[in-house]
Design a protein around this ligand. Structure first.
Ligand code: NAD
Ligand code: DAU
Length: 349
């Protein structure tokens, strides 16, 4: 039996990881530690909340005392660490929040794991979830490989790079068994509508402008969130300790093209005349320091551990759109209150 601490399990990716582990491994005990920031939402996990092998704990990874108490009480033997501040635009207006959670919080978790496991690391694992943004911006051809030098360009990616460095430093210094994965852009159900795709889906539903930064020429590599969760499952069970694995969909899109595709799909789904939603596209001020292109080479994960994405992009996008069309209540809850203030500040200044 494994006792697994998953941090950030009430967020977008975390909730899919928690659901997969709780359903697929009834003999594992899953403990979800989440602060429930604006991005954390227990509605994401309503379907599994009463299952016997699942426990939710509200708490902050920057609280060292709490982490010590939890490790002592629940005797975790594995950690899957997803909790983070995750939105690049917010990191530009409030970088310290990213330093606190992404770096200080990660170091707290590392310290607690090393102390709780008392240097007896048999059957222990610290799995750190990271991002392709640590590698910087690709200005031309080529892909990010696991040994691409780090070159973070935003406060968010700098804080994630910092946390990755600490994880590797703890592996080297204290021999903590770690594994790291760096994934490309995720999309799918339950993503907070501050990120490009759910923001545009929500705005199309409401006939509001679709803010595309700059000229929409920036390129991202998109992966369906459940395929990311499957990759995390694969790496957790089959990954080699000390290794890094890149995760991606080999699925690059220019922002303007993905927004147009989404517009056309939404027109069909909402029974609107073809071309209606495209008229909502509005080019707005570019993101400061906007990375031009991310593209992951995930061939190590495929050749060594046998993982490949299960869905074609068009299929994943349709599932995503259907979910947002059918979950008005979820969308209403997360877009009330603070979201309106955030939106006004981000898109009118
Ligand atoms: P998210 O913002 O949707 O969720 C983050 C979760 O962490 C929320 O539930 C939040 O409440 C929780 N959290 C934040 N601060 C916390 C703290 N101090 N203590 C405890 N919990 C806290 O993020 P996401 O998009 O699901 O990303 C999850 C992880 O995956 C992050 O580490 C992110 O860097 C990484 N990642 C994300 C993507 C992506 O496309 N979204 C891609 C690659 C990697
Ligand atoms: O690459 C992985 C990363 O992907 C994750 O580590 C981050 O947590 C996640 O937020 C995501 O970062 P991006 O900055 O790429 O995602 P976002 O959805 O914010 O933006 C995607 C692209 O769309 C990017 O080029 C900026 C652009 N954009 C975004 C928003 C919110 C717009 O043009 N308009 C917008 O309103």
């Amino acid at each position: 039996m494994k006792r697994i601490l998953i941090t950030g399990g009430a967020g977008f990716i975390g909730s899919h990881v928690v659901r997969l582990f709780v359903n697929q491994y009834p003999d594992y005990q899953i403990f979800n530690l989440d602060k429930l920031t604006y991005a954390g939402n227990l509605e994401n996990l309503e379907d599994i909340q009463s299952l016997k092998n699942y426990t939710f704990i509200k708490g902050d990874i920057t609280d060292q005392g709490l982490l010590e108490k939890l490790f002592n009480e629940y005797q975790f033997d594995r950690v899957i660490h997803l909790a983070a501040e995750s939105h690049v635009d917010r990191s530009i207006t409030d970088p310290l929040a990213f330093v606190n959670t992404n770096i200080v919080g990660t170091v707290n978790l590392l310290n607690t794991a090393v102390a709780a496991w008392s240097n007896d690391f048999k059957n222990k694992l610290f799995y750190h979830i990271s991002t392709d943004e640590v590698y910087g911006s690709l200005e031309g051809e080529g892909f990010f490989l696991e040994d691409t030098p780090y070159d973070p360009q935003s406060p968010y990616s700098a804080s994630k790079a910092g946390s990755d460095h600490f994880v590797r430093a703890y592996a080297n210094t204290y021999k903590l068994p770690v594994v790291i994965s760096n994934c490309s852009n995720n999309y799918g159900p339950n993503q907070f509508p501050e990120k490009l795709l759910p923001l545009c889906i929500n705005n199309i539903k409401q006939n509001k402008p679709l803010p595309v930064y700059g000229k929409g020429e920036n390129i991202r590599d998109w992966l369906f969130v459940i395929d990311h969760a499957r990759a995390i499952d694969t790496i957790f069970h089959k990954g080699k300790v000390g290794q890094t694995y890149n995760i991606g969909g080999f699925n690059e899109w220019k922002n303007i093209d993905i927004v147009k595709l989404l517009c056309d799909l939404m027109d069909k789904k909402l029974g609107r005349t073809e071309g209606t939603s495209r008229k909502l596209i509005t080019f707005v001020k570019d993101r400061a320091g906007h990375d031009l292109r991310y593209a992951i080479d995930a061939s190590k994960l495929k050749s060594e551990l046998g993982w490949t994405p299960s869905l074609q992009f068009e299929e994943g996008l349709e599932k995503t759109v259907d979910w947002y069309i059918n979950n008005n209540e979820w969308l209403d809850h997360v877009t009330s209150g603070q979201y309106q203030k955030y939106y006004a500040k981000q898109y009118t200044s």
